[in-house]
Design a protein around this ligand. Structure first.
Ligand SMILES: Cc1cc2nc3c(=O)[nH]c(=O)nc-3n(C[C@H](O)[C@H](O)[C@H](O)COP(=O)(O)OP(=O)(O)OC[C@H]3O[C@@H](n4cnc5c(N)ncnc54)[C@H](O)[C@@H]3O)c2cc1C
Length: 402
């Protein structure tokens, strides 16, 4: 086993494996260390919606630069990511209508295939939708969802094919660093020396960084997903719908089931000991929210659900770039929206490390130092609450407010 590398990546989620793939493609000797197994963290629980609708341009650019990879995964990376093009509808009420118009104009400038749609057009696109409270929608006909495990496994397989050393069951216990330069990592199996270390440890990234005196403002938040069988009247693959007026998002799982995320997350959970199931009252809450958007689900049969964890930052945006001693980088704080951006994050951070600047997407807006500088990343036309639109202020105050 190698005891030296050009780059050590900590974390075997979709971000860590995308990094390993892109770094290996750039001909660097990569060792990826995962304490449990690939996709053991937030990635394995993801609903994996792939869309470009954001209220700020930097995130739209990351998602857009990743989109081509998802659509053409077998040719671009190799293997399967399970991308399904079903269209994404983003619905808002009158209070957000002008913001939606401005955001869609920004998406179109970036190059995204998206348009503003009226309530009548929404009904034509997705007849199951209720539109009484909806003022406008944004429609991305080419967007959809992918499979988070297939994507992670494919990045990992292709990284290994390019020579990367991926080790599961190996815990990073320490970062080797002087006051100004990183030298490698200490693991449960020994020492690996490397001039570059990337912390892609998701909800575990902050304690790792603290080992070398770097404070990352990440909090761990548990979020629930409910699964319903589709009612007899539907039984088809519907659009992904993010409905601000109902406070929920949903996406199909094949043609028979629908996943729903709704309500506030639970802050401050232990990522190693949180409740991975749903609360007893969550399926009925999620069904109610879903049927506010699509009444056909009012009596949908529950198939339970699961919970996953978000690594939240104060502005709800990722931290990507150098942090602390020279050679130490972070790719964390994805705040519940990192799956769709993983290809471009892997590529752009590889460029930053090898060329000194990221050319695919400029990562400057995501620099970890922005919080200390008092410059959080904000959208020009935010729908509210750092982009986590389905958490209305009332709901966000307590996960029990349902
Ligand atoms: C319920 C849910 C729904 C979501 N829906 C969407 C969506 O629709 N669209 C979207 O774009 N995003 C979505 N996300 C967010 C997205 O899935 C995450 O942002 C992304 O998967 C995070 O990947 P990651 O690699 O950064 O972190 P993780 O997947 O958490 O990976 C970090 C890894 O690091 C490992 N690790 C930690 N500490 C150490 C250590 N000391 N040594 C070695 N290994 C270590 C962990 O075991 C873990 O496997 C969702 C997330 C959840 C939970």
């Amino acid at each position: 086993m190698a005891t030296t590398a050009d780059v050590v990546v900590i974390g075997g989620g979709v971000i860590g494996t995308s990094l390993a793939y892109h770094l290996a493609k750039a001909k660097l000797r990569v060792v990826l260390l995962e304490k449990r197994h690939l996709a053991a963290g937030g990635t394995g629980k993801s609903t994996a919606v792939v869309r470009m609708h954001y209220d700020n341009e930097p995130e739209t650019r990351l998602a857009w630069a990743s989109f081509h990879t998802y659509v053409h995964f077998p040719e671009v990376v190799g293997g399967e990511c399970g991308f399904v093009r079903c269209g994404v509808l983003w619905l808002v009420g009158h209070d957000n209508a002008e913001k939606l118009r401005a955001n869609v104009a920004m998406h179109q400038r970036v190059g995204v295939n998206t348009r503003v749609v009226t309530p009548q057009e929404i009904r034509e696109i997705e007849p199951a939708c209720r539109v009484e409270r909806v003022a406008l929608g944004a429609y991305e006909p080419d967007s959809g969802y992918a499979d988070p495990l297939l994507t992670t496994f494919a990045f990992a397989t292709q990284a290994q094919r390019l020579g990367a050393d991926l080790r599961e069951g190996e815990l990073v216990t320490g970062l080797l660093a002087g006051t100004s330069v990183v030298r490698g990592v200490q693991t449960s199996h020994g020492t690996i020396e490397a001039p570059v270390v990337i912390n892609a440890a998701g909800c575990w990234a902050a304690p790792l960084a603290r080992m070398v005196g770097v404070e990352l403002p990440i909090t761990v938040q548990r979020n629930q997903v409910a699964l319903f069988r589709q009612p007899r009247e539907l039984l088809r693959r519907h659009c992904v719908v993010a409905d601000i007026t109902a406070g929920m998002y949903c996406r199909p799982e094949d043609t028979r089931a629908t996943m729903v995320g709704a309500g506030a997350g639970e802050d401050g959970v232990d990522p190693d000991a949180y409740n991975e199931a749903v609360d007893a009252d969550f399926p009925s809450f999620a069904r109610r929210k879903l049927s506010e958007c699509a009444p056909v689900f009012a009596h949908a049969v529950s198939r339970g659900g699961w919970s996953g964890i978000y690594d939240m930052t104060p502005d709800g945006k990722a931290m990507l770039g150098q942090a602390g001693p020279q050679g130490l980088y972070v790719a964390c704080g994805l705040s519940g929206t990192g799956f769709k951006k993983a290809p471009a994050i892997g590529q752009s951070l590889t460029e930053l490390i090898t060329l000194g600047r990221s050319t695919t997407v400029d990562l400057t807006p995501f620099r970890p130092s922005r919080f200390a500088e008092g410059q959080p990343l904000r959208g020009q036309h935010e729908y509210g609450d750092g982009g986590h639109f389905w958490q209305t202020p009332g709901e966000r105050s307590s996960s029990r407010s349902r």
